[in-house]
Design a protein around this ligand. Sequence first.
Ligand SMILES: Cc1cc2nc3c(=O)[nH]c(=O)nc-3n(C[C@H](O)[C@H](O)[C@H](O)COP(=O)(O)OP(=O)(O)OC[C@H]3O[C@@H](n4cnc5c(N)ncnc54)[C@H](O)[C@@H]3O)c2cc1C
Length: 265
Amino acid sequence: MIRDFVYSRVNTVKEALDLLEKHKDKNKIICGGQSLLILMRQRLVTPEYLIDIKRIEELNYINFDPKEGLKIGATTTHRTIEKSSAIKKHFPVLVDMEENLASIQTRNWGTIGGNLAHGDPAGCPAPVLIALNATVKMANKERARSMPIEEFTLDYFETALEEDELLLEIQVPSIPSKTAIVYEKFNIIKNDMGIVSVASSISVDEDGVNCKDARIVLGGAAFTPLRAKGAEKMVVGKKLDDDLLDLVGEKASAEADPVDDIHAT
Ligand SMILES: Cc1cc2nc3c(=O)[nH]c(=O)nc-3n(C[C@H](O)[C@H](O)[C@H](O)COP(=O)(O)OP(=O)(O)OC[C@H]3O[C@@H](n4cnc5c(N)ncnc54)[C@H](O)[C@@H]3O)c2cc1C
């Protein structure tokens, strides 16, 4: 059973930050509850105060501008991202990822901010957003700060968010020309958490021959999403072919440091 807690529903960022500061280490934010409630039921998390941010409308948005890139508010649901025409047009890899994340019911309620703040190394959005070179913005009552999403997950289910901070926004720069980005996840039950996944972003030079830049990000293959930097180095400056990609795959798997669990060694 879930332990008793004091529940507060807030409607603005200011209200949330006030409450976060007031009770500091006794708080927990809840948004869609798709991940948190499982932990609360197992008593792995036992907050005294639960702050429900689901109705903060100022954090529920998707904005795209070719110069500024994409901005997604933290309380935006997975389903809204999946159905966004701007995202479909400019960042189709995010739609591919969302379409295979959980069931429609979970996507209707779970949010991108909740997913990232949960810090699950097998979560789908983080590897894709790292491949897209995205940034996260967060704030407490005193100040706001941003960081590359690559630095956001610090350890197993642990993020850079301080106890009094709220995740506000995900910022994704426009995709450079001649760049392809894909996300693949391997799982046993369709649309469940991936056992292992990979997001790759490959840019080629103006002639379309040699690789100019690469980001290869593994999910579920370490305590945090992991950039396979050795594998990335193997492709930069080279013309890609199947033989090289086989070696790159081997290198990336050697860089992985997966955690044994009930799904796999
Ligand atoms: C059956 C099932 C299948 C799933 N399959 C997948 C899958 O395939 N891939 C995948 O990636 N995920 C999957 N998930 C996980 C889930 O969809 C996400 O983690 C979910 O979107 C979390 O969002 P939420 O709003 O429900 O977060 P909540 O559960 O409300 O919160 C999660 C955590 O984030 C914190 N938090 C939430 N919002 C903020 C904020 N703005 N600022 C600071 N902290 C915040 C909370 O305090 C909590 O620690 C699955 C979940 C279920 C139940």
